[in-house]
Structures are given as C-alpha cells and as structure tokens.
Ligand binder design. Structure first.
Ligand code: GCV
Length: 604
C-alpha cells in the first residue's frame, strides 16, 4: 500500500477492456462514489478539456468529463470546492521524463524507470495505469517518456520501437494522456543519411516520412521534444543553421498530423573558461532566441526553464519568457529535486511557482511542462511528500493562479487521515520547507555551491573553476556578480520595470542580491546587518529549522510505510543542513576573516 492523493479511491479494475475512453473511465470513477445520487455525463465534444457541473450533470468534452469527474471526487474527499465550470489555462500540460532505456533516470530520485529496463520497454501496466490516473486526476495530459539526452536505443522510438510506443499510447489513452517523445536532432545520420542539415532536401524528406510512419502507429502523438546544441547534444549549429531553421524542419514534418515541436531553449556555453569574465551564462538563452522571434513555424513551442541558469533554489524569472512576442512559449519547471534536496530534503514547490507567476503574466506562455519526479519506487516519488509537487503541478498547469495553501491542504486531506491540527502542522511544514532549504544552502541567489555532478550537499567552490559558467567569484573582500550595465549587462534583457527593481542593491529583493550584485562582506543590508552576518545567520537558522522540521514530522501519525521513509529522510535532511551550515559558514569565514557577531561555532 502506498499513500498518495489517490489513496482513498478504490483500485482500478484489472480488466480495463471496458474502460477504453476518458468518457467511460469518468463514468466508472463516478460510479464508485456516487452510486445512489449519481452524476449524469453529457458529452459535448467541442468542449474539449472544459467542463461544467450543474444539477448533477457534468458536461464536457471527452477529457472534460474525466476532469469534471475527478474535480467532483476530489471535492467530495477533501472538501475542496467543486467548480461549476472550469477550463484549463493551457492546452498542453506536460510531464517530461528523463528516463533512459537502460532503466536509469537522469536526475531521478525515485528509483529506476517506470517504462524501461535492459534497453527495452519493460513496465507493469497496472502501475502505469495508476500513473495515468494520477495525471488525469489533476488534469495533466502529455507525457514525454524518454530523456531529452537521447541515448541509444531510444533513437529507435521513431523506428523499430514504434509498436511498443503504440502499445503504451493505447494504455494511456483512456486517461486523456497523449505521449510525446524526445528526439535526437542527428537522427538522419543513424539512417545513413550523410547529413542532418535542416536545409537539405533529403533530410527534410526523411523527417516527413518518419513522421508519417510514427503517426500511422500513434495517431494522437503530441509531438517531439528536442534538446539541441546543448550540453553536447547535436543540433543545427553543426551545419551553420539557426535554431529556427532546425525547429522548423521538424515542425513541418509534424504539421500534417497535428503534432507540435517542443524545442528547449537550454542553450549555453558549457565549455567556458572560468577566467573569462566576458561570458555570463544567464545571458545565453535570450541572446540565442530573442533575435529569432517571428521566424518559427506556428506549431513550434519554445520551452524555457523558469530561471536563466538551471533550476537553482532561487533565480529571477528567465528574461526570455518576457521578451518573445511572436513565438509560443512553454514554461519548464523541474519536479525532480536535482538541486533542491533530491527528494530527501523536504521541498514543497508551490510557493516558488506562485513567485514565478507573480512576474510572469499567465498569457505570456501557451504551455507548461515539468521534469518528472517519478520512478519505480513503491510510492512513485521516493519521498512520499514529494507527491504533493506532482499533484500541485497539475493544479498549477490548469490554473497558474492556484493558491499554494489550497493546493497543499487539498493534497494533505486527500492523502492522510489527519486531525485538522495535524493537517495544519504538515501544511505549515511544507509551506516553510523551501525557505528552510534555501537558508542553509547557497546564500542570497548565488546558487551552485553544490557538490558537482551529484548535486547533493555543499561544495562552495566545486563549480568555481569549472567550465559550466556557474561562478560566485568570492574573494576575501566581496562575493557575487555584477549583472547591471556596469557589469555583465544581463539586466538589460529585462523589461524596464524589472530592471528598475533589480538595478540598485538597496531595492533589489534581498534573496536575489548576490545574483545581481557583487558586494563587500561589510555591505549593510536593509535590516542593518552586514552581508556576512546575514549569511551566517541564515545558515544557523536554516539548519535549526531543518531540525525543527524533523521534530514536527516525527510528531505526526503518518501511516506506514510512509512514516519510516519520511522520518529516515528527515533525519538525513537535518544532517545535510548542518553540513551545509558548517561548510558555507566556514568557507566565508576563512575568506573574509570576519567572525560571527553572536560567536557561534564556525570552524577555523
Ligand atoms: C537532461 C542540467 C542537468 C542535466 C539535464 C540538463 C537539461 O544540466 O544536470 O542532467 O539533462 O539540465 O535540462 O537538459
């Protein structure tokens, strides 16, 4: 038995032959709860994902009926209001799995792949149906099953593995979930073409033929996802072509079949010389894509990570998301806790998403994606409480203005039978968890003081003399990078209002201070503390709060097996936080020579 927000629903039937459509599944789900005073379903195909609930009638399109049914069931079980009508903000609400066919998951913290093992498809249909149900229950509708770093034999997903892909698409169809595949830009070379140049007629023709074959097997495939010219992946730069030319090549092949081409904008120089201060990695995506605005076909979606670096605990919004006017955009979030505690440390993401959408008008983007935190662990998420991030992401993708407190309390009520007071303790622990993690790790927007490669635990200079463009440039006097016009000029990529907000250290939000500014350790913060004292204080406080978090979790009556896992992870988090505290404080003390005003233990 594993607990998550579907714990109070009856198991899905083993024989799924009757539940062959979202409509049929909606009827079955409702019948489990409302046998007497049931809901009637009224199929109105043109309503698509939308639904209305009036006088016990749920009207909607095929998928709308399913989302309406789950909204009614969630309301019944959690007390959350059941909407009279509802429509998703974005039509593509996507989970991106970074699963490899050997069974590993890149940046996966919940066990091995749910889809693959031993270089082939290998899955438990019941487990995947449960995944489909989890997705549908919160309105998620696209699942990209393989890593954006496409490794053999995943190249075969568009070839010899198509029958397997088709079977998997069949499995997810009743849940209204369409598959997507990550595609290697150099795939034509695997088929013995001499080039993958997007302007080459033979290459264009080859992709069109491949798309036709793929759509014959999987007619509702959502499309392709591509990571190109990024971290060693092939791409159009090899042929002196732009990313618009590269993306349009694939988009045109997909167009006749209604597929979209999702092109990731995670492009930067990962072979930088740390001595070279003329390059500033956060500038890269804007510099690459902003000049191409207007050159993309209408079925291209550019997928942009929320921040200009790479899913650090705190980054400002990527300026690219605010600057493209003519190109559809997808926001990319990361549920996998790569830099944020690896599903060991508690890190509820909803408060962070709320901050993102404070700066990002909802209509600036047309789609939303999240890197999966799923795996083959019994509870799918490694840490049972990490399920709340998956659940919350679904609600966010449906309505980006959803309130973090509402999302998390709904999840708690669906998952555990707690008293209101216990539920409140858990809610507050989750709401605080991100700031706690932030306090004991890299200070004030610096990021990257993490152990290289594994990305768990502290190593303040691990990425400092490396090629990844991730520098804090701390010396004995100052720390941070000046990204104003006097420095790298990154700030000029923002609209004026945000430039004004970040420009002056005196008004820049303190949690981003060292992202935008280089400051001496005796710089005086808004509350009168010096910068170095603030760093020490945050780290002592963060470690103490992690220990308090553990205590709060220990006092809660989590059912087994959740309790065992949650408490074991909380203990690891406490130790991790203490380690971060000591390493970061010692690092800055040794550099600055400035003692802690409160005379707490910092190592010599
Ligand atoms: C899939 C970071 C991660 C990589 C990941 C990459 C990406 O660099 O460490 O594992 O690769 O982001 O988003 O493409």
């Amino acid at each position: 038995m594993h607990y998550n927000w579907l714990a109070k629903l009856p198991p899905l039937p083993e024989d799924f032959s009757q539940l062959d459509s979202p409509h049929a599944l909606a009827a079955w789900e409702l019948s489990q709860f409302f046998s007497e005073k049931g809901y009637h379903l009224e199929l109105i195909p043109e309503m698509g994902d939308r639904f209305q609930i009036h006088n016990n009638i749920i009207s909607g399109g095929e998928t709308g009926l399913l989302y309406g049914a789950y909204a009614a069931i969630r309301g019944l079980l959690s007390g959350a209001p059941i909407p009279e009508e509802s429509a998703p903000c974005y039509s593509l609400r996507m989970i991106n799995c970074w699963d490899n066919m050997d069974g590993t998951v890149e940046r996966g913290y919940a066990g091995r792949s749910l889809f693959f093992e031993g270089d082939q498809f290998a899955y438990d249909p019941a487990r995947l149906r449960h995944l489909g149900r989890m997705m549908a229950s919160v309105g998620l509708n696209v699942l990209c099953i393989n890593n954006v770093n496409v490794h053999e034999p995943a190249q075969g997903l568009l070839g010899e593995l198509l029958p397997d892909l088709s079977a998997l698409a069949d499995l997810f169809r009743p849940f209204g979930v369409r598959l997507m595949v990550s595609v290697d830009f150099s795939l034509p070379l695997r088929a013995d073409l001499s080039t993958a140049d997007p302007l080459d007629a033979a290459v264009q023709d080859w992709w069109s033929r491949v798309a036709a074959l793929v759509y014959r097997e999987v007619p509702d495939l959502a499309g392709f996802l591509v990571k190109a010219d990024s971290e060693g992946r092939p791409g159009p730069f090899t042929y002196g072509r732009s990313h618009a030319e590269g993306a349009n090549l694939l988009a045109r092949a997909l167009k006749p079949f209604g597929g979209v081409l999702v092109w990731r904008c995670f492009v930067y120089n990962c072979k930088q010389d740390w001595r070279d201060t003329s390059i500033d990695r956060p500038k890269a995506a804007y510099e690459t894509y902003q000049p191409l605005d207007g050159q993309f076909d209408d079925n291209v979606i550019l997928q942009v990570k929320n921040g200009p670096f790479d899913f650090q605990v705190r980054e400002p919004l990527s300026p690219l998301l605010l600057s493209l006017e003519k190109t559809p955009l997808a926001l990319e979030l990361q549920l996998a806790q790569e830099y944020t505690g690896q599903q060991i440390d508690l890190y509820a993401m909803a408060p962070m998403w709320q901050e993102i959408f404070e700066d990002l008008p909802t209509n600036r983007i047309q789609a939303i994606a999240a890197v999966s935190n799923l795996g083959r662990d019994e509870n799918y998420f490694g840490h049972p409480l990490a399920a709340a991030n998956f659940f919350g992401f679904g609600l966010l993708a449906w309505n980006p203005k959803a309130d973090p407190t509402d999302m998390l309390s709904q999840w708690i009520r669906l998952t555990y039978d707690f008293t209101p007071q216990q539920a409140e303790t858990l809610l507050q622990s989750m709401l605080r968890s991100r700031r706690i993690y932030e306090r004991y790790t890299a200070p004030l927007g610096l990021g990257w003081m993490i152990t290289p490669h594994s990305h768990y635990g502290p190593n303040p200079s691990g990425y400092e003399y490396d090629a990844w463009g991730t520098y804090h440039r701390a010396n004995h006097l100052a720390v941070g990078i000046d990204r104003t016009a006097a420095g790298t000029g990154y700030l000029s990529q923002y609209p004026e209002a945000l430039q004004a907000r970040y420009q002056d250290p005196a008004t820049c939000p303190e949690l981003l201070l060292l992202f935008f500014h280089r400051l001496p350790y005796d710089y005086v913060m808004q509350d009168g503390r010096t910068l170095i004292q603030r760093i020490y204080d945050d780290h002592f406080l963060g470690a103490q709060e992690a220990a308090e978090l553990e205590k709060a979790l220990r006092a809660l009556p989590f059912p087994e097996p959740d309790r065992l896992v949650i408490l074991a992870r909380a203990a690891k988090q406490t130790a991790n936080a203490a380690n971060w505290r000591d390493v970061i404080n010692t690092f800055f003390y040794r550099l600055s020579g400035i003692p802690d005003q409160k005379d707490r233990k910092i190592y010599e």
